[in-house]
Design a binder for this molecule. Structure first.
Ligand code: ME8
Length: 508
């Protein structure tokens, strides 16, 4: 089989704050894709990390009374810890204060200078530290940035990137690559932004020190975005473009980001890359924004949702499930306690939990604790088995478009059908009249559960492992390559004694 590669990244998060639900959401969605692609036979590079330079971090360190490096060492750790708790499967974690990154960002800068795309000029404009962005006088609303951030007048020598030169090339690129930006609403937004005209971009600052110095002009620090974006190529070995890793993984398959930073990823980043003679990434998905019980999440409102807290309250897999099922991926979403409890109790405990619990318990009690023997399948049996094994095709195409909620819908349709099938077949009655048919019915549902267990490994890894363990599926037969009927459950395999995998949530 030929080797297949998949490279997925999350934004690198600012270390001026503790991770919250928004950060967890982006990395979770990426984690599900990384896991799915691994199960589907790809060699996956899954990168996340922390963005540690810039004025915002310098200020946060000062407020904390710490040296910037000590501060970032400490806060970066919170993001790693989040990954451990949420079981993110990233196989690289980049910090922009690492040597490999300084080397790569510097090399990218030098390349842009060499190509004539960076020049020294003078910057005068309104700068918002919070957004790390410059604004025009006409952008301001009531003396503040359109985002509400405070701005200050900045006038200083600055290096510029010739972004204006790339306007037509970017538009042509979007045209030729209709899947480059998703969802469509974001794509339209980006295209109209570029069409409205691109000005050259100030890419260095002299007003702070905490960053990577501009080569041969150390009074200047590289603007945080040119530096931060280059993390995606650092992690695959840039500037060594001929390295094995770079060859396998660049261009990146997917940059997963929130809608707040789509412009940087879909406009500036491909322009920098094209200017440096490198290929742009294949796709940028910009997801929506979470609010808390209808309110914008912010530190000043004191309503920041701590993902670690959520996991402690509801359990890891229910949180993973809820975040990706509740809201169509790409749209904004609202977190509410009622909604998560409802999802947990109805979709997980009732629909999936009961399906497994009642069939596995019946087989365990009535079929000598083993996967039952089966007889010839009826059309109804075959329909359900086919629906379960065939779901992989839909999951692949839905996840290729990052439609997590629809992928989960596909699985829950199977779960609903399997529950209806049991109700209709009533194996508890067959127990008295036709034990062989009872065995067949239980077998069908357990085999459907095996498929569900295989797929769910991407979404809810712990629970899926419990399902597959329960069924005695060998550990080396849990990738999608083993979905076919050659690897169906073997009658006579020992079942584990079933215990509920998704207990109901009862509020104290
Ligand atoms: O922007 N809902 O870092 P950052 C959903 N360092 N997602 C949210 C969210 C919310 N309420 N709040 C944050 C930066 N996010 C730069 C990135 S990349 C080269 C540099 C998520 O710490 C979402 O993914 O501000 C958003 O894009 C990201 O956190 C911003 O993280």
């Amino acid at each position: 089989m030929s080797e297949k590669f998949y490279y997925i990244t999350t934004p690198i998060y600012y270390v001026n704050d503790k991770p919250h639900i928004g950060h967890a959401y982006t990395t979770l969605a990426s984690d599900v894709l990384a896991r799915f692609m691994r199960l589907d036979g790809y060699q996956v590079k899954f990168l996340t990390g922390t963005d540690e330079h810039g004025q915002k971090v310098e200020q946060a360190a000062k407020t904390a009374g710490m040296a910037p490096q000590d501060f970032v060492d400490k806060v970066s750790q919170n993001f790693r810890a989040l990954g451990d708790i949420l079981k993110f499967s990233n196989n690289d974690f980049i910090r922009t204060t690492e040597e490999r990154h300084k080397k790569s960002a510097t090399a990218l800068w030098n390349k842009l200078v060499e190509k004539g795309d960076i020049y020294l000029g003078k910057y005068a404009g309104w700068y918002a530290v919070r957004d790390e962005t410059f604004y025009l006088e006409t952008d301001l609303k009531d003396g503040k940035a359109p985002t509400g951030a405070d701005v200050e007048w900045v006038e200083e020598p600055s290096y510029f990137f010739r972004l204006s030169k790339w306007q037509d090339k970017l538009l042509a690129f979007y045209e030729e690559h209709p899947d480059f930006i998703a969802p469509t609403s974001r794509r339209n937004e980006v295209i109209s932004f570029v069409k409205s005209g691109l000005r050259d971009l100030s890419v260095s600052r002299t007003s702070f020190k905490w960053g990577i110095p501009v080569p041969n002009d150390p009074d200047h620090i590289m603007y945080v975005w040119i530096e931060a974006l280059s993390n995606y190529i650092t992690a695959v070995g840039y500037p060594d473009e001929l390295s094995d890793t770079f060859q396998k993984f660049w261009p990146c398959d997917l940059h997963m980001v929130g809608k707040d930073i789509v412009k940087f990823h879909a406009v500036y980043w491909p322009a920098f890359l094209m200017a440096a003679g490198l290929q742009p990434p294949k796709r940028i998905f910009a997801h929506g924004w979470w609010t808390n019980e209808g309110q914008k999440i912010s530190k000043s409102l004191g309503n920041v949702i701590d993902p670690i807290n959520l996991v402690e309250t509801y359990g890891l897999d229910p949180v993973r499930y809820f975040l990706l099922r509740e809201v169509p991926f790409g749209s904004d979403g609202d977190f509410s306690k009622t909604a998560i409890i409802q999802r947990l109790n109805s979709n997980l405990a009732n629909d999936l939990g009961n399906l497994i619990q009642r069939t596995a318990s019946m087989a365990y009690k009535n079929c000598e604790g083993m996967i039952p023997h089966f007889q010839e399948f009826t059309q109804e049996d075959l329909d359900l088995l086919y629906e379960a094994s065939n779901a992989l095709k839909s999951l692949r195409s839905l996840l290729q478009e990052q439609l997590f909620h629809k992928a989960l819908d596909v699985l829950w349709t199977i779960i609903g059908n399997a529950n209806r099938y049991i109700d209709h077949q009533a194996p508890w009655s067959l127990k008295k009249t036709d034990t062989q048919r009872m065995g067949t019915v239980l077998y069908v549902v357990l085999e459907v559960t095996r498929h569900l267990g295989l797929y769910l490994q991407a979404f809810m890894p712990d629970s899926a492992t419990k399902i597959l363990d329960l069924l005695g599926v060998p550990e080396d037969q849990r990738t999608f390559a083993y979905g076919g009927c050659d690897f169906s459950l073997k009658a006579g395999t020992q079942l584990q004694e079933p215990t509920p995998i998704f207990p109901r949530y009862v509020e104290n």
